[in-house]
Design a protein around this ligand. Sequence first.
Ligand SMILES: [Zn+2]
Length: 396
Amino acid sequence: MSASRKLLVHDGHVADADGTRRADVGVRGGEIVKVGRGAEVEDADEDEVARVDAGGAYVAPGLIDCHVHLVSDGRPDPKGDHRETDATLSYRAARAMKDDLRAGVTTVRDLNAPNSVAVDAGRAVEKGVVQGPRVRACGEAITATGGHFYQMAREADGVDDCRKAAREQLKRGASVVKVMACGSTIWDDVQAAPELTYEEIRAVVEVAHAKNVPVAAHAPGTEAIKNAVRAGVDSVEHADFMDEEAARMMADEGVYWVPTAKALREFVERGPSNGFDEMYVERARRTKEEAKQSFELALEHGVEIAMGTDAGTAFNYHGENADELSLMVDRGLSPAEALEAATVNAAELVGVNAGKVEEGRYADLVVLPRDPNKDVSAWKEPLAVVKGGEVINDNT
Ligand SMILES: [Zn+2]
């Protein structure tokens, strides 16, 4: 990326967690340098300045999806029983990144890929080899032997082995570490039993936090959520069976909840006609109902929510990420709260200097036809996408 690249997004409204107001946005060297009426890019030679004419539309921060699987493309083989080669998975990751970025997702957090495939995808984007969102990746998730997604994760047992497994991910460049705190609510049992123990998760957290790297826990089940929170994780993924105590614990500890409502919705709606055993669909249906109550508890107790789709799981396609915001609104969030979950909250969780249209942050922007602080469906129709000051597409 050219350090001198200049961009002016003019004649629009800015819509972020600070509200919606009329403003132009000046960009230089990939960062936002000015927000306000008549913002100009300093020392700009007219010819060198790229322009996006927002024409009264709404300039929002790019979406940050805290839970994706770049190597998975939504085909109904979600357990990865038939593992593909890393080369095949890398091509899929390239396609997934393209689809996510064009949908206005400018940062993704990948939570499990074999070896260094997802970490390398992020490096390839940074070096300009392929176009894609910023990628935060966990490398391989850490799971108990035979535990959740063992087919594609790093199996580890006992405190020492879990420590080693965490260090392996840091060594390959992980910017988050993921633990599987229990099984799947679809494939294993409705109330997924704990797998990695409190002590094992704690060991991973100690290793990761010593390097200032956050830990994400796959934890749909009640006991798994509590184990993970007690062990000090930074986000709980899914948490479908959150009870009142779990909600209180998460709120008290400031642990983010990444609900991934879209994953269950797609499975319940499209599973039956695609040959999935009724037992699995029924489990997913019941889990989906439980997860609605998790939203009530989370909102009641003030649990912080960060947006994540689980994109790549069965029928949960990359590029449809904005559906998750609509689902969050269906479950009780206001459009402005959904925006916060997918921008400022997500930025804080994944540790990226984005999430707001503000001077000094990355110029990761999406131009929307309506005000996303009022109308959540606006996210599904991006008119233009800008990442790091680069115009990815512009249909304004
Ligand atoms: Zn996932």
